[in-house]
Design a protein around this ligand. Structure first.
Ligand SMILES: NC(=O)c1ccc[n+]([C@@H]2O[C@H](COP(=O)([O-])OP(=O)(O)OC[C@H]3O[C@@H](n4cnc5c(N)ncnc54)[C@H](OP(=O)(O)O)[C@@H]3O)[C@@H](O)[C@H]2O)c1
Length: 297
């Protein structure tokens, strides 16, 4: 099996380099590309050329424009990376008969209600990032290629920037942290996403009926505030010296950001678990591992 991985150095891309390695020949690219192959998602012709040269069995796109607030004022680039590039990848996947694996987000939903969103629920993104990711999903769905789209949320990993690491840094210098307590979701480790991707890809490769959109997040739910309390407690238990003495819950309205965020980011993972026969551990497990790795290195 020949796999082309794009975005190899993002949080998920980094873990995919590990989890995909046993599946076959892995050609992993970052934005700079290598050996004449293009990994830059803004170079649409370069992507087409690369796929026609490599002729992969599976294309895995872990690259994306993920700066949610910047996206509000950078619509053109956001759209090229998150919508036009996935469309091109899907068209080229169809030509060479490859599967396309792609990641999307809880931000395709508007966060209303209290139920966990199912794959068939109507998307209604609140911000540019969400709109561009939804356009990317639809381009893939309409392309006719075989695909797996995994919608995930609140991603963290040992490599790269994320909320957990930011909180750990702030807790080293601030006595009081104010954290949003009215957005609910599931922190999901890049390692879990990568491992589940490798298992799912193996099954899908021999069963085209598995082509589709899936929600892939860790089990359980929390708010950013409760998540922060967990991070601080765990870090202190691991011997990390922190100065924070108080964590204050605040509302989304008290912390305005350029991009509007959904309140309810719960994703229902029943379809993923049933289709692939896989189990999704509670979010705390991945966070504890990441903190251990971060603090002990
Ligand atoms: N992070 C989250 O909380 C979250 C939540 C829901 C869904 N997702 C989705 O999950 C997937 C993986 O996210 P992640 O957390 O691993 O993201 P990440 O850590 O921000 O990594 C994104 C990667 O994309 C690369 N990239 C950006 N623009 C590019 C371009 N024009 N050409 C090539 N590479 C480019 C970045 O490279 P540079 O370092 O060179 O910029 C980076 O390596 C994405 O599809 C994302 O939308 C993420």
């Amino acid at each position: 099996m020949k796999i082309l991985l794009l975005g190899k150095n993002g949080q998920v891309g980094w873990e995919l380099q590990r989890s995909l390695a046993p599946l076959g020949e892995l050609i992993a690219l970052d934005r700079a590309g290598k050996d004449g192959l293009c990994g830059d998602l803004t170079d649409l012709e370069g992507l087409r050329r690369t796929i026609s040269i490599v002729k992969p069995n599976i294309i895995i796109n872990a690259a994306a424009y993920t700066a949610v607030d910047n996206a509000e004022n950078d619509k053109v680039n956001t759209n090229i990376v998150n919508a036009q590039a996935p469309r091109v990848l899907a068209e080229e996947a169809l030509k060479v008969g490859a599967w396309l694996v792609h990641y999307s987000t809880d931000y395709v939903f508007d966060g209303s209600g209290n139920n966990a969103w199912k794959e068939k629920d109507e998307p209604n993104p609140l911000n540019e990032y969400g709109r561009s990711k939804l356009e990317g999903e639809r381009a893939i769905e309409n392309s006719g290629c075989k695909y797996l789209i995994f919608r995930t949320s609140w991603v963290f990993g040992s490599r790269g920037k994320n909320f957990a690491k930011t909180m750990l840094q702030l807790a080293s210098s601030r006595q009081v942290l104010s954290v949003i307590n009215d957005q609910i979701g599931a922190p999901t480790s890049a390692a879990l996403i990568a491992d589940c991707t490798a298992h799912a890809v193996r099954q899908a490769f021999s069963n085209p009926n598995l082509s589709g959109i899936y929600h892939l997040v860790a089990s359980g739910q929390t708010t950013w505030y409760e998540y922060t309390k967990f991070i601080i407690n765990q870090a202190q238990a691991l011997g990390k010296d922190l100065v924070t003495v108080e964590i204050k819950p605040i509302t989304t309205a008290e912390y305005p950001t350029p991009a509007v965020r959904p309140h309810n980011s719960r994703l229902n993972t029943t379809k993923f678990c049933n289709s692939f026969g896989l189990f999704l551990p509670e979010w705390q497990q991945g966070v504890s591992r990441m903190l251990y790795d971060t603090i002990n290195n």
